[in-house]
Design a protein around this ligand. Structure first.
Ligand SMILES: [Zn+2]
Ligand SMILES: [Zn+2]
Length: 226
């Protein structure tokens, strides 16, 4: 089922099955919670379908087989979610915020991973594809729905710096941080000098405390009437 890789995996052919596919249900799904449809959602839908195709899927695989790592959030992300059914809630979607409308698609069964990104001159290509629409925004809206995927994206096989097993991790495991005491799930703890630490206490925190922790005051014990 996995992609049609040849030889060392660097050369592979892509059948853009989605060129003739009706993407409107996916666009409707993407824009449902958005109150608007925009070029970035369409781009996300198309890129999501391209990622599926590159891994050899004709539709989103069941369960947690597909893991998608998005390189930005926003409207683009909603398009990819609509196309792949991968979500943060299902632990099948991650965001590594590089501010890029690109994503890596990982078949967790085979370990095959591909990065799909827009071609560098996508906007120019889009404006050439819809010549009767001079307004770039609307030209993109139209072109992104009809351009062949191969003209929109580059697809590159990639290796992951973190193993698929570590990325997926074992859900349900729980330990407590030796410093702050908070619970850490899914093997996200860090072992340092023999201590189990959360990422914050290990110095990787994305925030710093502005004041001492505020804990809820304990309810005074009600006196029991005997
Ligand atoms: Zn938008
Ligand atoms: Zn901690």
């Amino acid at each position: 089922m996995a992609g049609s890789f040849k030889g060392d995996g660097l050369i592979f052919t892509l059948m853009d099955r989605i060129t003739f596919m009706d993407i409107h249900p996916l666009l409707e799904k993407s824009s449902r919670d958005h109150a608007h449809l925009c070029p970035r959602q369409i781009l996300g839908v198309r890129l999501g379908l391209m990622g599926l195709t590159a891994l050899g899927f004709v539709e989103p695989p069941p369960g947690k087989r597909l893991l998608v790592i998005l390189e930005t959030d926003g409207c683009f992300a909603d398009g990819v979610i609509a196309a792949t059914n991968c979500t943060v809630g299902h632990r099948t979607l991650r965001v590594e915020d590089y501010g890029k409308t690109a994503a890596v698609f990982i078949d967790t069964l085979t370990g095959v991973a591909v990065r799909v990104a827009p071609v560098l001159n996508l906007r120019e290509r889009a404006s050439l594809y819809t010549l009767d629409e001079p307004r770039p925004y609307f030209a993109q809206m139209q072109s992104y729905q009809s351009m062949p995927g191969e003209q929109m994206f580059t697809v590159l096989p990639v290796g992951l710096r973190t193993s698929v097993e570590a990325l997926v991790s074992r859900p349900g495991l729980r330990v407590n941080c030796a410093r702050c005491g908070e619970e850490i799930m899914n093997e996200r703890e860090i072992l340092r000098d023999g201590l189990v630490l959360c990422r914050s206490c290990a110095g990787e925190s994305y925030y710093h405390a502005e004041q001492e922790p505020v804990t809820s005051r304990q309810e005074p014990q009600k006196e029991r009437s005997s």
